[in-house]
Ligand binder design. Structure first.
Ligand SMILES: [Zn+2]
Length: 176
């Protein structure tokens, strides 16, 4: 299993990922690989397709919000497997977002304010959480990856056009 990051232009980032059905050793290794990547690259989270595995798994690396309003890092990243998100408050709020697979690009992305997420943990046990604001935003970003969607898909055509040269550079640099 690879721990190499996949970058914009890699078709795996456009794949609709498969449900996890086997909660065995391979899944545990995948989760460890994802955590290892977040330890070497600063990020609020990472999804399995970003390391080349088209499964519905992501981890986030924060557990609370700091005084300045941003997510606080945690020593114990949390895994979400087969997540299902329901929007509880569809009021949209705009903020820039980064993505390990699209380095150096920080588009302003609208996300709904409050969500409910149902997912399974590493042993297959189902849990439910409700989050809002910055606690919810990275979950929405990572969940998009499981459907082949990137943050740059959620901005206006004009803004996307402005990012085109940067995106072309990423594609060229990391040609598969
Ligand atoms: Zn991302």
């Amino acid at each position: 299993m690879s721990k190499e990051l996949c970058y914009y232009g890699n078709p795996i980032l456009r794949t609709r990922c498969k449900e996890v059905t086997d909660f065995g050793g391979e899944l545990k290794q995948l989760v460890q690989d994802l955590i290892d990547v977040t330890n070497t690259h600063s990020s609020y989270g990472i999804a399995a397709p970003q390391v080349g595995v088209p499964l519905r798994v992501f981890v986030v690396t924060y557990d609370s919000i700091s005084d300045d309003g941003y997510p606080n890092g945690t020593a114990n990243p949390k895994v979400y497997i087969n997540p299902k998100i329901t929007v509880l408050d569809d009021k949209l709020w705009l903020h820039s977002e980064g993505c390990l697979s699209v380095p150096g690009v920080y588009p302003e992305v609208e996300r709904p304010w409050k969500i409910r997420i149902e997912a399974q943990d590493i042993d297959g046990k189902t849990f439910v959480e409700e989050h809002e604001g910055w606690m919810a935003r990275p979950l929405l970003h990572e969940n998009d990856h499981l459907n082949g969607v990137l943050h740059i898909d959620r901005i206006s055509k004009r803004e996307r056009k402005e990012l085109d040269p940067a995106l072309k550079r990423i594609k060229k640099k990391h040609r598969q």
